[in-house]
Design a protein around this ligand. Structure first.
Ligand code: RB5
Length: 143
């Protein structure tokens, strides 16, 4: 089983703990990069560490969680090769994999409930990239 990175700030901590409890159902092994307590903290360093580990090839995918998902999303998508998808429903999660080959799922811990987040994460993990014309479009992003 390939390890999937996961990281959050304090506002995403509760949802992160819940998703980690569901690792067997999700079929993944999570590697948690923090934070690990409810004390207020800054989200960028967590997003940056996770994205650097994916860019290095050490890991393929990761999940980032903050309050809205927006701060993590802005930070993650500054990294070339990182395709971060802020998803609020299962359709977005599936499409972000099938058409965009998203390698970072981003969730808002203050926006969606735990069960919806679980369904979104499951859909994201289980959906393969369609390739084909979508590969060409992904290549165009970095040109
Ligand atoms: C923390 O209060 C909050 O600003 C952060 O978790 C996130 O929502 C930022 O985008």
């Amino acid at each position: 089983m390939k390890a999937t990175l996961i990281a959050s700030d304090h506002a995403g901590l509760g949802l992160k703990m819940f998703l980690k409890e569901q690792a067997t159902y999700l079929g993944v092994e999570f590697r948690d990069l923090g934070c690990d307590n409810a004390q207020s903290c800054d989200y960028p360093p967590y997003a940056q560490e996770l994205c650097r580990k994916i860019r290095s090839g050490e890991f393929e995918k990761g999940v980032l969680i903050c309050g809205t998902g927006i701060g993590m999303s802005i930070t993650a998508n500054r990294f070339t090769g990182i395709r971060g998808a802020l998803c609020a429903n299962e359709f977005l999660a599936r499409m972000s994999r099938a058409h965009n080959d998203s390698n970072v799922l981003i969730l808002g811990g203050r926006v969606i409930g735990a069960e919806l987040a679980l369904a979104i994460t499951k859909a994201w993990i289980d959906t393969p990239f369609d390739g084909g014309r979508h590969s060409r479009r992904l290549e165009l992003i970095d040109q």
